[in-house]
Design a protein around this ligand. Structure first.
Ligand SMILES: CC(=O)SCCNC(=O)CCNC(=O)[C@H](O)C(C)(C)COP(=O)(O)OP(=O)(O)OC[C@H]1O[C@@H](n2cnc3c(N)ncnc32)[C@H](O)[C@@H]1OP(=O)(O)O
Length: 432
């Protein structure tokens, strides 16, 4: 897998579809100019500024670990700049029960405004799914700019997130007394331990953060030095002195009233409930601060239960965050732990074919599943996206049935609910 995912030739069917429209589809080569043109096309596609030399250098490093695929129009005024881009890489996706499945992460999907709505994104996406399948990956994953694009390719939102605003003056601490203590640390010192803490903190739905992501988050890149100058890092150590969590935040300008500084939490990661309490209490009790904003938290954040006034913790946005697409039903369903012992027959519909079929799911006392194709009558019928939502444990089949995305008898839907839905909602802790 290591090299193959970068070198496997571009998907043949998409090559043909795009060639019929006069376009060239292929992998981006190692040549720095070609890489930089790819990066500039991604920046343009997402309406970012033209990347500067330092950013291009950093992007080259980041793309070294990915498969980068582009579409070129040789008749364009600047034929060397791709008119469409996508990058992808295999990554462990945490499953309910704590294990992980290898997933195909897809990012950087752009089509130049000059070339929109002629099927280029469809060719790119279908090419990515076939490539993932050729690499024997059971699931694809992405985060989206718009929630209207990916459903047609069998993706569904599987892990939601909330952005919170906390009124610290109303949020008197009523949670447990943390046993350890907080320390200010340098960001580069935190860089060495943060990935390990995040690994331990992961719940279903999280994926690996790559080295360049950590450097960017902590402002350790030359291009970010100025922007990151106001970032503070605090580490939480348990009563034995073991680091169990950290928060990275900035205190913003207070304006006319020095007692009203807003705090923006860039990331808060806690591997234990004790660290979670210690870090949140630290933030809520900062002097001269009236408000804290934090994004991409769990839909079931314990913080609400740790303050005197739960309305001090206001949800400012609730979004679909992680989207997945099941490519191999048996491997995907066997790759998670289920909540109870039991059995069910599922019929999966999938216009793109990858997940279509009828499957028996049998779960033992330990929550391990055996999945086989079957001719037995289907008890629950659902589309590939609905299956992805049930698979990660955050969506009830009863909700999907009410929405017309699943069907079956009430007892069978409830049985699937009991098998699948997890007590802790899935959560992806960052954008990729
Ligand atoms: C994982 C990520 O990277 S998310 C980032 C996605 N990229 C962006 O948002 C950047 C800005 N947007 C773009 O670059 C382009 O508009 C894209 C990539 C969203 C779409 O590219 P296009 O080549 O125009 O899409 P294409 O013509 O292949 O359309 C495929 C289908 O999606 C639909 N579609 C395309 N864009 C959108 C959209 N923004 N909203 C809703 N539907 C859309 C089309 O109608 C078409 O539907 P159909 O095939 O079912 O009839």
């Amino acid at each position: 897998m290591d090299e193959l995912f970068r070198t496997l030739p571009a998907d043949a069917a998409s090559t043909d579809v795009l060639a019929a429209g006069g376009l060239r589809y292929g992998l981006v080569g190692a040549d720095p100019d070609e890489r930089d043109a790819f990066s500039q096309a991604v920046s343009r596609g997402f309406y970012s500024s033209i990347a500067e030399a330092e950013e291009l250098y950093e992007a080259r490093e980041a793309y070294d670990d990915r498969r980068t695929t582009a579409v070129w129009d040789d008749s364009a005024a600047e034929p060397e700049t791709p008119v469409a881009t996508v990058d992808s890489w295999p990554t462990p996706l945490t499953m309910p029960g704590g294990g992980s499945l290898p997933a195909w992460a897809i990012s950087g999907v752009t089509v130049a405004p000059t070339h929109r709505r002629r099927g280029i994104a469809r060719a790119l996406l279908e090419g990515e799914l076939r490539t993932a399948r050729a690499l024997r990956l059971p699931i694809a994953a992405l985060t989206v700019s718009e929630a209207t694009i990916y459903g047609r390719f069998g993706f569904a939102p599987v892990a939601s997130a909330v952005d919170l605003v906390i009124d610290t003056r109303r949020a008197a601490w009523t949670g447990p007394q943390a046993k350890g203590r907080v320390h200010f640390v340098q960001r580069d010192a935190l860089r060495t331990i943060a990935p390990g803490i995040q690994q331990r903190a992961r719940v279903a739905g999280d994926v690996d953060r790559w080295p360049g992501y950590w450097d960017r988050l902590l402002g350790l890149r030359a291009s970010l030095a100025k922007k990151a100058a106001d970032l503070r890092a605090v580490r939480y150590d348990d009563e034995h002195g073991e680091p169990q969590g950290f928060v990275v935040y900035r205190v913003k300008d207070a304006g006319a009233d020095f007692s009203r500084h807003p705090v923006e939490v860039v990331d808060l990661v806690a591997a234990t409930t004790d660290a979670y309490a210690g870090l949140w209490r630290y933030l809520l009790e900062l002097d001269l601060v009236h408000e804290i904003t934090v994004d991409l938290r769990s839909v079931d954040e314990p913080l609400r239960w740790m303050v005197a006034d739960p309305r001090a913790v206001r949800t400012r946005a609730h979004s679909d965050h992680l989207w997945t697409r099941i490519l191999d039903v048996a491997v995907a369903l066997e790759g998670r732990r289920w909540q109870t012992a039991g059995a069910i027959v599922l019929e999966v519909t999938d216009p793109l074919g990858f997940a279509a079929g009828r499957f028996s799911l049998a779960v033992d006392e330990a929550g391990r599943a055996t999945v086989m194709t079957t001719d037995a009558p289907a008890e629950v019928t659902l589309d590939a996206g609905a299956l992805a939502a049930v698979h990660l444990g955050g969506t009830s089949p009863l909700t999907l049935a009410a929405a017309g995305r699943a069907s079956g008898g009430q007892e069978a839907l409830e049985r699937l609910h009991a098998l699948a839905v997890t007590p802790v909602p899935p959560r992806l802790s960052f954008w990729f």
